[in-house]
Design a protein around this ligand. Structure first.
Ligand code: ADP
Length: 394
């Protein structure tokens, strides 16, 4: 299938899109329709010449925004639509061609992702209005981690919570971990072996991947578990909720909101959730920004070290996401906290590998585990999985 795939990531008031050709060199048309449903709704994007545009869409809903996106396709009509779906539960271990039964199964998992799955379903419905003839494929953030063994995905909770309510670890950022670990296997002399990946963006997660299969990951039932993130706390004592409720009278909604939206880098620093600003403030001697940086990096190193237990052999570590791809400071700090692992960082390569560059950062000639920066390409991976799903369906 050579015609382009339209990749859609639909939130409750936004649609991110990218039109992706099978030729990786072909320019992508991409953008975001945001603030949908309000008078400030607008479409921001890039055309094939790389020029940026902003188009006001006052009062537009998802269907109207998709019609405008269609007008911006410069006559390159997609052959299929690939949807990013946050939660596929245990039902989806790979991408699926969307039909009524797939829609129903996504609906069933909505309880596990109440903010995301309903918005994703609304996006599918709007896309079907605008592109009724096109095949639509669901690509799940959780699917890549369905290869995790029970020892990694089970919580030590009563069995019926798992069996009857699906309470287990699922993991997220699956398309990113799948893409960067496969790419490391292609680029590295080590091939597809044992890789640790750190996806560090606004959301952050680590994974352990053996022969292209996820063995463990830091996120769990929800994307709140694991690392310190922009505004999310990551791991806390599970007793914290009861403590806050009993001692401060906080409601569950308030606790959920604080842990998801007011914690992480923002909560620790009291300043910002943005790593660039944390780095600047830390550099200027701001104590809480320095603490935020320390906790952030220590928790990444601790998570990577823990996940190494999931691998029979360690071939290397991969950094990706806005922070992983652009922050030599974070990469150096994390690796300095893992002295027993034998990573040897080349400082010049570390400083030079930023702004979308792919590269190996370890000193030449050593034969310990390698260090890679691989810019993630979640949209490209969704387009690839969409094509694969359509080409292999029986
Ligand atoms: P999302 O998870 O929303 O896709 P990104 O992957 O774009 O987010 O990552 C956003 C994070 O990357 C922000 O914390 C931002 O500060 C950080 N970042 C981007 N560029 C740099 C940089 N040059 N140095 C440090 N951090 C950066």
């Amino acid at each position: 299938m050579n015609a382009p795939v339209l990749v859609i990531n639909c939130g409750s008031s936004s649609i991110k899109y990218a039109l992706i050709d099978s030729d990786p060199q072909a320019p992508r048309l991409e953008g975001i329709a945001e603030r949908l449903g309000s008078e400030e709704a607008r479409l921001k994007g890039k055309n094939s010449a790389g020029e940026r545009f902003t188009q006001p869409l006052p009062g537009a809903d998802h269907t109207q925004a998709l019609s405008t996106i269609l007008e911006r396709m410069e006559g390159r009509l997609p052959a299929a639509v690939g949807h990013r779906i946050v939660h596929g539960g245990e039902h989806f271990t790979q991408a699926a061609l969307i039909d009524d039964s797939v829609m129903a199964a996504i609906q069933t998992t909505a309880a596990l992702a109440p903010l995301h799955n309903p918005a994703n379903l609304a996006g599918i419905a709007a896309t079907q209005n605008v592109f009724p003839e096109l095949p639509q494929v669901a690509v799940f953030d959780t699917a890549f981690h369905q290869t995790m063994p029970p020892r990694a995905y089970r919580y030590a909770l009563p069995e019926n919570l798992y069996a009857e309510h699906g309470i287990r670890r699922y993991g997220f950022h699956g398309t990113s971990h799948a893409y960067v670990s496969q790419r490391a296997g292609e680029l590295s002399s080590r091939g597809t072996g044992g890789w640790l990946a750190a996806h560090l963006g606004n959301g952050c997660s680590t994974s352990a991947v053996w022969n292209n299969q996820s063995q463990d990951t830091s996120m769990g039932l929800t994307p709140l578990e694991g690392l310190v993130m922009g505004t999310r706390s990551g791991d806390v004592d599970p007793g914290l909720h009861a403590h806050l409720h009993r001692q401060l009278g906080w409601s569950l909604d308030k606790i959920d909101n604080v842990l998801n939206k007011e914690s992480g880098l923002l909560g620790l620093s009291g300043l910002t959730n943005d790593m660039r600003e944390i780095e600047e403030a830390a550099e200027q001697g701001h104590a809480t920004a320095q603490l935020a940086m320390e906790v952030f990096c220590y928790r990444i190193a601790k998570s990577l070290a823990a996940l190494s237990c999931a691998l029979p052999q360690l071939d290397g570590v991969i950094f990706t996401g806005g922070i992983g791809e652009n922050s030599p400071i974070v990469r150096r700090h994390v690796l300095s906290l893992m002295p027993h692992f034998g990573f040897v960082l080349d400082n010049d390569a570390n400083e030079a590998t930023i702004r979308g560059k792919e590269g190996k950062l370890d000193s030449a000639g050593h034969d310990g585990p390698q260090v890679w920066v691989i810019p993630t390409d979640e949209e490209g991976r969704i387009a690839m999985e969409t094509r694969h799903c359509l080409e292999t369906r029986v």
